[in-house]
Design a protein around this ligand. Structure first.
Ligand SMILES: Nc1ncnc2c1ncn2[C@@H]1O[C@H](COP(=O)(O)OP(=O)(O)OP(=O)(O)O)[C@@H](O)[C@H]1O
Ligand SMILES: Cc1ncsc1CCO
Ligand SMILES: [Mg+2]
Length: 255
């Protein structure tokens, strides 16, 4: 029985052509994603955006991030290796996002481990309509803040990715366990989601499209690699080669 105070939204899976449509817009528009991200994942994130058909800009200087973000299609904020300067750059990015209505993807890396990270997450979540992508531990640590955040899209990655917004709810069951054996694969996922948010106004659809393509690329890379090292290389190649035919073949009819 359904309580009248509880709204139950069933998670949907995107159709292959819906994913292909978002990816086609990325390769056609080639959005630039301004990434304030951690020093561990910077290189992989930039390469994954290029493979996806988007343009990375990885500027971090507090006096230029605003200018760099103004012309970007989307902004990624990742606190993985936050330091005194990048802490000051974040409010500048939030101001550009507010004034120019840019989509923001926030990756609350290790937010459960430090009060500084919690504080910054609180600051970011005051911006309406933010998309937050984290693993299950990070999203659980932020559950109260997320419940209070206006217009937030919650993306919890793992074996099955869960995407929830006021508009829609999706589940993505693609991927491979090797995706947890190379650092920064989750961080790069946030960047691909940001690229999709630059071309698709429905952020839940954007996230589901990015994670479906990324998960299928992970499955293909796992078939071709010899271990985590070659998996990283194969993942970049599989993202670059992703197309409508591969999506249709790997997603099946209604999966
Ligand atoms: N057990 C799994 N099976 C299949 N795919 C997985 C599994 N775990 C994670 N993934 C995929 O790996 C990607 C990264 O998600 P994950 O939750 O591992 O990020 P993360 O913990 O933030 O990683 P990092 O901090 O190293 O960047 C997602 O696309 C997700 O779908
Ligand atoms: C390992 C690590 N430490 C800070 S950021 C990062 C990359 C994965 O989130
Ligand atoms: Mg992470």
């Amino acid at each position: 029985m359904t309580s009248d105070t509880t709204e139950i939204t069933l998670a949907r899976t995107l159709q292959p052509q819906e994913v292909a449509s978002v990816l086609a817009r990325v390769t056609e528009i080639r959005p630039r994603v301004q990434c304030l991200t951690n020093t561990v994942a910077q290189n992989l994130t930039a390469n994954m955006l290029l493979a996806f058909g988007a343009i990375p800009s990885m500027a971090i200087h507090v006096d230029e991030v605003a200018a760099m973000a103004e012309g970007a299609g989307a902004i990624l904020i990742n606190i993985g290796t936050i330091n005194a300067e990048s802490e000051l750059a974040i409010p500048k990015l939030l101001e550009v996002a507010r004034d120019h209505r840019k989509p923001v993807v926030f990756d609350p890396v290790f937010v459960e481990l430090s009060p500084l990270r919690r504080h910054i997450a609180g600051q970011v979540l005051r911006l309406p309509d933010t998309l937050v992508r984290g693993n299950a531990t990070e999203m659980a640590a932020l559950s109260f803040d997320l419940a209070a955040a206006k217009g937030v899209t919650r993306v919890t990655t793992g074996k099955v990715d869960r995407i929830e917004s006021g508009q829609a709810s999706f589940a993505v069951a693609h991927g491979h366990p090797l995706m947890t054996r190379v650092t920064g694969i989750g961080c790069a996922a946030g960047a691909l989601i940001a690229a999709c948010c630059a071309v698709e106004a429905n952020k839940a659809v954007a996230a589901a499209a990015a994670l479906t393509a990324y998960g299928i690329a992970g499955e293909i890379a796992a078939e071709r690699c010899r271990g985590p090292g070659s998996f990283e290389v194969e993942l970049i190649d599989a993202v670059a080669a992703m197309d409508a035919a591969t999506l249709a073949a790997r997603m099946g009819s209604g999966r």
